[in-house]
Design a protein around this ligand. Structure first.
Ligand code: ADP
Length: 611
């Protein structure tokens, strides 16, 4: 049965019961009406007839007395008038014989009344013939009074009989009414009870499956997909239960698939993690360890059971490493810390190993940070190769310096003594040899300086001096070159500059290198400005030119050794800025460039101010 039909059946039962109660009430009302009607038709008419007969009879009796007392005409007329009243009421009573004994009484009234009338007829005849009136009252007493009393008593008897019957009928009607009230109340209460029980039953039958659905949905949302809603009925709810079970099964299937996929992905990630030789640690936002590979365990000397949700901050001792992790957590992005600040060394068994570390954020939902992958790449071999290379370059440069110096001196002497006697072509060759030896000397000196800086073998000769002294020195050195290229050298010194503690020659070297680069790249008629100002605890020195500018990808690269911008011939060796960086770093400062292609460049470096 469909749900709709069930609900309609429920309503139908209620309607039928209501109809029953109404029908019963109507039937009771009808029978009550009939009982009342019976009283009216059976008794009331007879009582009325008996009353009127009595009335007519008493008036006739008065008319009779009038006649007997001598007023024959009036008495006679009144008697006849009342006679027709009596007869008509008697006829009505005869038509309404409904109770036992009534017929006999009417018969007696009829007989008595006929006798009464005959006697009156005889009396009127006698009166007409003899016209005597003296014996009136005696005649009435002897002849009429007994007959009159007889008819009167019968009429009263008829009235009383009907009154008694009417009382009995009224009692019966009362009984019928009482029965009707009780039976209607009983049937009404029974119908209500049945309707209530049936409604409760039906409501339960409909509500139970819905409760089952609610329970099943709750289980599914709690992750229990193996639920089954019982299919108890064949209606729409049964159909819904079947569809629901199918959906739950499908969800279960997807869930299992998902779990399989997640497990597979996890295993894959673990396999990758374990197969990498570099140390890798995966931490969450609170730096609790989520994953660690054998290389990292070995590096941080951690045993397997210790790592489960251990806080990584307690494991690391290196300040830079801690800072990098914290910065990555705070910013939610990979930080742009330079490589040289991302190196950490570990010593074990008298062996020191160097690692380059990097922290990559793991982004979760809505691209918010959910963890960090820390990679420590072993660069010990790389460092060793770098060291060997530096040592070799240093040794080679050192060895080259003496022959180049004597070569330069020889060429200088040659130029001094015999150049005037040589043909012009040979003089040019000699000049070219002089220039190349000079270039070679500069390169070798630069190389030696750079590697000495890198190896920490250069000692700074620190002294206190005002920046203006260096500006003066540089102005006199570059005045001529600038004039030749018609370039204006502008010096901007902010007032009340503090002194700096630095190696004046080396700082002059840095500024000279920056200005000579600027001169090289600035077109004739351009401007180069040199500025110094105090910002915070630092003095910022900058060289600004109007040259071709430097592409963004070179902004940090040009400070590395031998790096030159592609397709831009400089005639230099690519070591100048690298030496500048080493000198500035040795003073505890930093150097950087701000530039856009086509809009010139500004090189700035800092020195700590002395108050
Ligand atoms: P070198 O000048 O000897 O090549 P540097 O280390 O001084 O070496 O400079 C490295 C490179 O940086 C240069 O080759 C040049 O391409 C670029 N460069 C340096 N200064 C400037 C500048 N002011 N404007 C444009 N490019 C520059």
């Amino acid at each position: 049965m469909t749900l709709k039909r069930k609900i309609l059946t429920g309503y139908s039962v209620a309607f039928i019961l209501m109809g029953l109660v109404i029908a019963w009430a109507i039937a009771n009302l009808v029978s009550l009406g009939q009982a009342t009607n019976a009283i009216l038709s059976e008794n009331y008419k007879s009582i009325l007839a008996a009353e009127n007969m009595l009335n007519a009879l008493e008036r006739q009796d008065s008319a009779l007395l009038l006649t007997l007392l001598g007023n024959g005409n009036d008495g006679n007329e009144e008697f006849r008038n009342r006679e027709s009243d009596f007869i008509s009421w008697l006829a009505r009573a005869s038509d309404n014989i409904t109770i036992k004994g009534e017929a006999e009484l009417i018969q007696a009234i009829k007989a008595g009344y006929a006798d009464y009338r005959n006697k009156f007829a005889v009396l009127t005849d006698q009166r007409r013939q003899s016209s005597e009136s003296d014996t009136g009252l005696a005649t009435y007493q002897q002849i009429f009074y007994p007959t009159f009393m007889k008819v009167r008593e019968d009429c009263i008897g008829l009235r009383n009989l009907n009154e008694e019957t009417m009382y009995a009928a009224s009692l019966r009607a009362n009984n019928v009414a009482r029965r009707a009230i009780w039976s209607t109340a009983f049937i009404g209460v029974s119908a209500l009870t049945i309707a209530l029980v049936f409604s409760l039953f039906l409501a339960e039958r409909i509500a139970q499956p819905i409760k089952n659905f609610a329970e099943a949905s709750r289980k599914i949302s709690a992750g229990d997909y193996a639920v089954i809603v019982p299919v108890e009925t064949d209606d729409e709810l049964g159909l819904l239960a079947r569809e629901f079970n199918q959906m739950a099964q499908q969800l279960n299937h997807y869930h299992e698939l998902n779990i399989e996929q997640i497990v597979a992905e996890k295993n894959k990630a673990e396999a990758i993690l374990y197969s990498i030789e570099d140390a890798i640690v995966v931490v969450d936002n609170n730096l609790n360890v989520n994953g660690i590979n054998p290389a990292a365990k070995m590096l941080f000397k951690l045993d397997a059971p210790d790592t489960a949700s251990m806080n990584f901050i307690n494991v690391i001792e290196n300040h830079d490493l801690k800072e990098l992790l914290q910065k990555t957590i705070d910013s939610g992005q990979q930080t742009k810390t330079p490589e040289e600040q991302r190196i950490v060394s570990f010593t074990s068994n008298d062996q020191t190993r160097h690692y380059l570390f990097s922290a990559t954020p793991v982004l979760g939902k809505e691209r918010s940070l959910s963890g960090i992958v820390l990679l420590l790449k072993d660069i010990t071999r790389l460092k060793e190769v770098e060291r060997l290379k530096s040592e070799f370059v240093m040794a080679a440069s050192h060895e080259l310096r003496t022959p180049i110096t004597s070569l330069g001196m020889s060429i200088d002497l040659l130029q001094e003594h015999i150049s005037t006697t040589l043909p012009a072509k040979d003089r040019e060759l000699l000049q070219a040899a002089h220039e190349e030896v000079h270039r070679l000397k500069t390169l070798v000196n630069n190389l030696l300086d750079l590697y000495k800086f890198e190896a920490g073998k250069i000692e700074l000769e620190l002294e206190l001096f005002p920046i203006s002294t260096i500006f003066e020195q540089v102005r006199s050195v570059f005045k001529n070159q600038a004039n030749i290229k018609e370039i204006s050298l502008i010096f901007k010194e902010s007032e009340q500059l503090p002194l700096v503690r630095a190696d004046a020659n080396k700082i002059a070297w840095v500024i000279s290198n920056l200005i000579s680069n600027a001169l090289r790249y600035t077109d004739r008629g351009g401007n180069i400005s040199l500025a110094a100002q105090k910002i915070g605890t630092q003095v910022h020195l900058s060289v600004r030119d109007e040259g071709p500018g430097i592409p963004l990808e070179y902004h940090s690269k040009i400070f590395q050794k031998f790096v030159q911008i592609k397709d831009r011939e400089s005639g230099g060796s690519g070591l100048g800025l690298a030496i500048c960086k080493e000198i500035v770093r040795a003073h505890g400062g930093a150097i950087w460039v701000e530039s856009e292609p086509g809009k010139g460049s500004t090189f700035t470096f800092t020195l700590p101010a002395v108050e």
